[in-house]
Design a protein around this ligand. Structure first.
Ligand SMILES: [Zn+2]
Length: 472
């Protein structure tokens, strides 16, 4: 590496000595490909098939795509950038992928803590949702969530909520990538009085957004205990008809086992299998309470799992058998769940808890090592959402979804192992720059696509309606 730096320095001196205006230098410059952006002199953690790490490395971006990943010298020799970001003291990595959440629920952040799930839902969340969830509320909530996600390095998120078209609109305006599912439940919801109306909304949403560069529309039946068998089947049929993903909560708490036993004398996974719900492009959130037979079914159907360690710990839902899922060859992505049960959307924190919870549960510090957790938050999350060919790693030809993490602060010094740093030391606040689909959404911690002051004011105003809704 030292030798390479000397060679680079000599090359720079020779170039300077030759003078920029000579015909030779002009010819060399002309041979370079003009690109929009080069990020250079950073530690580049590619999370590609060989988990290549370049120290130092550089990345060239043009249009929506990554067009070069190499040493700074090789990138400088091949590309003429319109803009350059000096990544000295920073790690460049694929943007993080949050595979489960309910973005607008950031507006319920911290509402009713330390209660059991049913108390919390019945005393706080359900009344608050019934009285305050409108299109404007969903839009403000998503804008607030988008700010938080961009600021903490999330570039793709999966979502299930009501008025999902407002989530899609706000997310795409913010420049985020999303797999967004219109939620369907059997009781009257803020956006649909009946499940049939919910299904109709879901289809309308799919037709409206299918083919968008950033948004993948999906169908999101809430869970087996909030839907009848016929509606669950209709959700599967709708996803198949339009070839879109299906997202559902699965076996989040032990109570769901009792519900499935009552309904069909089966486990939740087997009950849903009986309805034909498992198929391709299917993401099951949580999957805490599953048997070995359930895992075999999920593997055979190609279902992916979203692991939400912080939500599972805060609500005492249980410990998902992640080590077993991975051993079974099931794709596992990482999620935060809604901010009402987390209470933030920081995927760095999710990575740390993902590892700690499994180590603690297995009484073995070797399980779920840092590289496996980083995989979950990037390439495997992308695969879980059906976006593996587009995002999740830094490779030529993939979309430019890229973040920079500052590792110069006291908490990050010294750095021996960049991956261990990302998983065990970094915080969302360490992200300085976020790029999605080639567009810079945040530069030097300033979000460029969302009016932060206006959104924070709107969010505080929206909280007043929530306060009124839950007032005793
Ligand atoms: Zn959830």
């Amino acid at each position: 590496m030292f030798l390479r730096q000397i060679v680079t320095a000599i090359a720079v001196l020779l170039t300077l000595a030759a003078g920029g205006a000579t015909p030779l230098a002009g010819a060399q410059a002309a041979a370079k490909r003009r690109v929009a952006l080069v990020i250079t002199n950073a530690t580049v953690v590619t999370v590609d098939a060989t988990r290549r790490i370049l120290t130092p490395g550089a990345l060239a971006i043009d249009g929506t795509d990554i067009v070069g990943v190499d040493t700074p010298a090789a990138i400088a020799a091949a590309f003429q950038p319109g803009q350059t970001i000096d990544g000295t003291g920073q790690i460049v990595l694929p943007g993080l992928i949050n595979t489960h959440g309910h973005a607008p629920m950031v507006l319920f952040r911290g509402l009713g803590s330390d209660l059991n799930l049913m108390e919390w839902l019945q005393q706080y969340i359900f009344p608050a949702e019934a009285k305050s969830v409108t299109p404007a509320f969903v839009r403000t909530g998503t804008q607030l969530a988008a700010l938080e996600m961009i600021r903490s390095g999330t570039t793709t998120f999966a979502d299930m909520y009501y008025f999902e078209e407002e989530v899609a609109r706000a997310a795409s305006e913010a420049g985020l990538r999303g797999v967004l599912g219109q939620t369907i439940v059997k009781f009257p919801a803020p956006d649909a009085k009946t499940p049939e109306a919910g299904l109709a909304r879901a289809e309308q949403f799919i037709v409206q957004w299918k083919g968008n560069a950033l948004i993948t529309p999906a169908v999101a039946p809430h869970a087996l205990y909030t839907l009848d068998a016929s509606t669950l089947k209709a959700c599967r049929a709708l996803a198949d008809k339009h070839q879109v993903p299906l997202i559902i909560h699965l076996a989040e708490t032990r109570a769901e086992i009792d519900a499935a036993l009552t309904l069909a004398n089966a486990t939740p996974t087997q009950y849903l299998q009986g309805l034909g719900l498992w198929g391709p492009r299917t993401l099951a959130a949580h999957g805490v309470w599953v048997s070995p037979e359930d895992m075999t079914l999920l593997k055979a159907a190609g279902v992916a799992i979203s692991y939400n360690p912080e939500s599972n710990m805060k609500l005492a839902s249980g410990t998902a058998p992640i080590v077993d899922y991975l051993a079974a060859g099931i794709t596992v992505g990482l999620g935060t769940d809604g901010a009402a049960s987390n209470n933030d959307l920081d995927m760095f924190e999710a990575m740390r808890f993902a590892a700690f919870l499994q180590k603690h549960a297995h009484n073995d510090p070797r399980v779920l090592p840092a590289p496996a957790v980083l995989d979950m938050a990037t390439r495997n999350g992308a695969a879980a959402l059906g976006l593996g060919a587009q995002v999740g790693s830094l490779e030529v030809g993939k979309r430019a979804d890229v973040i920079l993490v500052d590792v110069r602060g006291p908490r990050q010094t010294p750095m021996y192992d960049p991956v261990a740093h990302l998983v065990y030391s970094a915080h969302g606040d360490d992200v300085t720059t976020a790029i999605v689909n080639g567009k810079v959404l945040m530069r030097d911690r300033k979000v460029l696509t969302v009016n932060e002051a206006a959104v924070l004011a709107d969010a505080r105003a929206a909280a007043e309606t929530v306060r009124a809704a839950v007032k005793k």
